[in-house]
Design a protein around this ligand. Structure first.
Ligand code: HEC
Ligand SMILES: [Cu+2]
Length: 357
């Protein structure tokens, strides 16, 4: 039996690249099939690292993947070898002879197998612990803290500040300045969720009745996709979010804009705002107005967000109108019901929402 041979016996950079590309392809295929419904532009790629600690985790991902592949290949090879191996002749005239006979001498295989598995498993466990320790804390103490509350099936995002006038609430889109760590406090209001931005850091569970902490740091500006990664009910797959990492100036501008209350609606807008308050105010809040519902996402500055309904739809006027008219069509089971709203009312509500930038 011919063993599978590498063309080159030197496992050089080229072969390494090929193996990496191959593993990458397999993993991408797996991700693609599990998140094909996502509409956020940024892909949920966990094979590229954009944060200082994500690279450490990525090495472990490739390392354990390589170990697993190697173990599978070795076991498959041994199995094929055992099947093809000629058995010693046996007395076939004896009708009581067993098809499989114990001939002895196999015990060393078991010692070798158990020994190798132990080394591989303990090695992987030790490596995992080293990585966990390395990613547990950032190099410098974060100065910015964001509180995330997981809800079926969206994320409330609250920027905390000792100065109460500088705190605000938004949803499903987290902005961070590049190059510095940002602390996150994770809470849940219903079931267990998990907070994951693969390009920046590992997963942290979001558990009701408990506050878990993590931190994120992006090395370059960009939009990084995040996802709930603990099955949390019907719309778990549509519980996405984005992290927008930007220069400290752009971040400061964004922050300042989010702090601003909604301007008092004048003229025709006053009518539109009343329709909004009547139809949507029980669940949604807009800072600077009297509308303060808490069941759904805070809609202050809604226009500044990239997506609607936790990454389910792009935030365009067309999608916004379609979402308000029938949210259950896009996210069946979502906690925003199909509302009894007429065409003119919908148009008025949209006119009002268009002013929240
Ligand atoms: C019974 C409560 C309820 C009412 C009434 C309600 N909503 Fe919602 N809304 C929600 C919930 C809950 C979500 C989050 C859905 C999700 O993503 O799973 C939501 C999501 C949204 C979003 C997406 C926000 C984002 O950042 O992703 C918009 C926009 C919105 N609602 C607009 C409206 C408008 C406009 C009205 C009134 C015409 C309205 N809603 C009425 C509960 C409600
Ligand atoms: Cu979830």
């Amino acid at each position: 039996m011919q063993p599978i041979a590498f063309r080159s016996h030197r496992f050089g950079a080229a072969s390494r690249r090929r193996v990496r590309a191959c593993l990458g392809f397999i993993a991408t295929a797996l991700t693609a099939s599990s998140s094909s419904a996502a509409t956020i532009q940024a892909p949920l790629g966990y094979l590229t690292a954009h944060g200082p600690r994500a690279a450490t985790i990525l090495d472990l991902t490739y390392g354990t993947l390589a170990i697993s592949c190697l173990v599978s290949v070795i076991i498959a090879g041994l199995l094929v070898w055992a099947i093809l191996r000629r058995r010693p002749d046996r007395d076939r005239t004896d009708p009581k002879a067993l098809a499989v006979a114990r001939t002895g001498g196999g015990l060393p295989w078991i010692y070798v197998g158990v020994g190798l598995s132990t080394v591989a498993l303990f090695g992987a466990a030790a490596w995992t612990m080293v990585v966990l320790r390395a990613v547990a804390t950032p190099a410098t103490t974060p100065t910015l803290t964001v509180e995330i509350t997981g809800k079926q099936w969206w994320w409330e995002v609250r920027y905390l500040d000792e100065d109460h006038a500088r705190t605000f609430t938004t949803a499903n889109e987290i902005h961070i300045p590049v190059g510095v760590p940002v602390a996150f406090r994770l809470k849940s209001e219903d079931v267990i969720h998990s907070f994951w931005v693969p390009a920046l850091h590992g997963k942290t569970d979001v558990i009701p009745g408990q506050t878990n902490t993590t931190w994120l740091q992006a090395d370059r500006p960009g939009v990084y996709r995040g996802q709930c990664t603990e099955y949390c009910g019907k719309q778990h797959a549509h519980m996405g979010f984005v992290v927008v990492a930007e220069s400290s100036e752009a971040f400061a501008r964004w922050y300042q804009n989010q702090l601003a209350p909604a301007p008092p609606p004048a003229g025709d807008l006053a009518e539109a705002q009343k329709t909004f308050a009547a139809k949507c105010g029980a669940c949604h809040a807009v800072r600077g107005s009297l509308v303060g519902g808490r069941l759904g996402p805070d809609l202050s500055h809604l226009k500044s967000r990239r997506t609607l309904a936790a990454g389910t739809l792009p935030n365009t006027p067309g999608h916004l109108g379609a979402w308000i008219a029938d949210p259950q069509h896009f996210k069946p089971g979502a906690k925003m019901p199909r509302l009894d709203i007429s065409g003119p009312e919908l148009a008025r509500v949209q006119t009002y929402l268009a002013t929240l930038d």
